[in-house]
Design a binder for this molecule. Structure first.
Ligand SMILES: [Zn+2]
Ligand SMILES: [Zn+2]
Length: 166
């Protein structure tokens, strides 16, 4: 979250106070962003579907030198001649997407500690879209609590997921 304090102490390098932080599910990898990510999108392309194990990938970019890994070093898979993707080798969380040679890098929006702080503004790769989002939005809804037995819920509370903070 961009606070007044952060606005006041803008410095020209990645060492300044992060405006956002994030990390993988197990917490072995943590990162900090020195500026707010721009051009937030969801990508439906077949490569992003596979890389995220999902119908689409939510991503937003920062200048390469404004992302710093504050814990761990991500695994990297070069998914094409043009693109590399970073992930946690321990828990598998997809973390970044980068077009090689560009001085920008995109982080996965679900890995942000506050995923609601960035809202997608465009969809890419729509030729591969699996479902129209309206179809998904129209499905019946239930909360985790409603859909889970108390016994299972009690075990899920004993989570191995890293907290959404450093
Ligand atoms: Zn992990
Ligand atoms: Zn894609």
């Amino acid at each position: 979250m961009l606070t007044a304090r952060h606005k006041l102490c803008r410095m020209p390098d990645a060492k300044r106070s992060p405006v956002m932080t994030g990390g993988c599910q197990c917490g072995e990898l943590r990162y900090a962003l020195a500026s707010e990510p721009t051009e937030p999108s969801i990508c439906h392309c077949r490569m992003c579907q596979k890389a995220f194990g999902n119908y689409f990938a939510p991503l937003a970019e920062v200048p390469l030198n404004e992302l710093s890994w504050t814990r761990g070093t991500p695994g990297v898979f070069r998914s094409s001649e043009a693109v590399e993707r970073g992930f946690c080798r321990d828990c598998g969380t997809p973390l970044f997407y980068r077009v090689l040679g560009k001085d920008r890098i995109s982080v996965s929006l679900g890995s942000l500690d506050e995923p609601r702080s960035v809202e997608p503004v465009i969809q890419y790769g729509v030729e591969s879209r699996v479902f129209a989002l309206e179809e998904l939005a129209a499905l019946p809804e239930e909360t985790t609590e409603e859909g889970t037995t108390p016994e299972l819920l009690a075990r899920m509370v004993m989570s191995h997921q890293h907290a959404d903070r450093d």
